[in-house]
Design a protein around this ligand. Sequence first.
Ligand code: C2E
Ligand code: MG
Ligand code: MG
Length: 704
Amino acid sequence: MPASLQLAGYVTLPTALGTLLLVLALYMALELAHRAQNPKTRNERNAWLMAGAAAATCGILSAQVLNLVNVLGPSGVGFHAGLTLFTVLATLLLSAVAARWSFIADAGPPRALIGGAAFAAAALTGQALLVLSLGLLPDIQWNAAGLVLGWLVMAAGFAWALHRLPPRPDGAGFGFCRPQLVSSAMAAAAALIGQSLSVASASLPQSSPVDDPSLLSSVTMGTVASIGVAELLLLMLLACAFESRVRGKLDAVRGAVPGDAFRDSLTKLPSRNTFEGTLSQVLRQADATGKSAVLMHVALDRFKQVNDQCGHQTGDAVLKSVARRLRDLAPPHRAARLGGDEFLVLVDGDDAPDRAKTLAAAILEAMAQPCTVDGRELHVSCSIGMATYPQHGAQSVLITHAAVATRASKAGGGAAYSVFDPRMVNDVRDQAELLNDLRLALSHHQLELYYQPKIHAPSGQVTAAEALLRWHHPRRGMVSPSVFIPIAERSGLINALGAWVIDEACKQARIWRDQGLRMRVAVNLSAQQLRQADLPAHIAAALAKHQINPDLLTCEITESVAMEDTEATLRFFTDLAAVGVHISIDDFGSGYSSLAYLRKLPATELKIDRGFVLDLENSEGARKIAEAVVNLAQALNMKVVAEGEETDGQYQILRRLGYDQVQGFLFAKPMTATALALWASGCEGPRSIQFRESLFQETAMMAA
Ligand code: C2E
Ligand code: MG
Ligand code: MG
């Protein structure tokens, strides 16, 4: 009887063991197929695919070897080592192709069929090569019909199992799954029948004892195919169980973190931690290839205003919209949210610096488009800073340096990009140092109010003085308010400084009044102070404390700040006017005024920006604007002031145009309160100007 026929009739220990291992291996392969369906990265998917292919290969070859040993008898076969190794590799390769094709979520019947056919081809190739490795050529005669039939049966079995592969939710644990066992048992049965058919299609000669020592004996092969494969499969099983456990714990930790620690919960962009992982990887690659990478730091301009004026929900919607635009423009997986209104974008590969600049320009253009939130159009621009690796530092400082460059963009007015320059760090250090010193300035009595006279333009008499803050820095000397006021605003220190200024100015007004000088005093209020709802009450308290009529105080608020058309700003102005103080719109013409809104403001004075005064003598345009401002002020029933006169020509033009007051170096620079009193009384300084009671009759009436 031919050896091949014996197979159908007997179930021996090797065949039973082979069957068991095949079922286990196919169960493992299906298990790994599930894992390949929900990978986090492409590398992870490839690893699961290869492991699944290896499990299938182990099962298929082990069953075949044990069958052959069973068919040909324990002493009658010897396997050629090289060819056997080739068999393993060829089967593994074909199985990997089959797995790649079919181990995907929602694989439809066509994919399952092709995958099944490919697995069957792998099994058949393995079978044929194993038979060839027995060295029985040229005596083997193959029957093509039998081979095709065997392949068809196996293909059907594998395809059925693959098609029944149920989708499994991401993160599902490892455990016994009965349908999976049924599928693997069915596929194993088909594989065994296919094997029998293909072995039967080969007319194998009767086995004869092998005494070639270079061949692997059937005992060795049987041992490897049974014990070796069983151990390998068991190891895989344990590894899968372990991996599931670790993944479950990780998921639990992730779940415990609010939102997702790996993604920003609002914008769904990668979080800072995740991005830093990508950054390390990209910078390592840059090291290896000698190329550079550019880190871009994107921060929204005046985003706080959006939050303050439109509410946090609108702010969140704007952030989401910005994130979407960045994701669309940035290379895949290269945009992240750093926190607040700050984002990061990474550009690597060829010509990274040039591509980063093009991308920055595209981002600025995209941000120029308004965000529509609840049918309302919001304009939010952004500033971008770029730091290049490795030129601008190692990973640890790259984000900081990009952010420093962003600050430079913001300092220039925003809606721009800047490339990092080491000199920028010095600026930032300088600012940080100044802020530290400024914190001590009040308690160390380094602050002083200087006063610059405001002159009644037609008569040339002094009517008021603007209080301008000065900082006597112990090392730097006199620091300009245009340097330290913005620092104080950013840090919140302005509220304390502002309160001190108000109290000090009221105190000085009392002293002058006691000396018989009738002068209105003006103080400057910053944007931050306007957000202090209790500031009008605080001003009222300071006036009461020093017994000053509110009419003697003017609050100057810059046009850009005053024109923030919000309910809160209007409420603040109304409260302030209710205290009885005068309100002046400072630097008028430097911002964008809405005339309709201006009409609503209870302001009593417009102070034209110094820039127009500077050009008065040379520019017809500046003259026309200066004239228009007078007309506007008169139409709105406001007084009009011009600041910054340095020449008599400018002063004469302003007088002709009908300006009520002038304030410039032509008359006097800001000076200490004592110096102003001396200068005004003619004892000191180039000009002696008489005090005029006031432009406002009420002031004259209240002279105590
Ligand atoms: P500002 O309120 O517009 O004050 C007028 C500025 O123009 C002052 O600069 C003044 O010295 C300057 N100035 C006046 N006439 C002339 C002139 O003829 N030529 C030139 N070149 N400059 C002239 P200063 O004192 O450096 O103040 C700058 C800004 O700092 C002020 O602009 C104001 O916005 C802010 N500031 C000053 N003190 C305070 C304060 O106590 N609180 C707040 N929030 N801001 C202040
Ligand atoms: Mg002012
Ligand atoms: Mg001004």
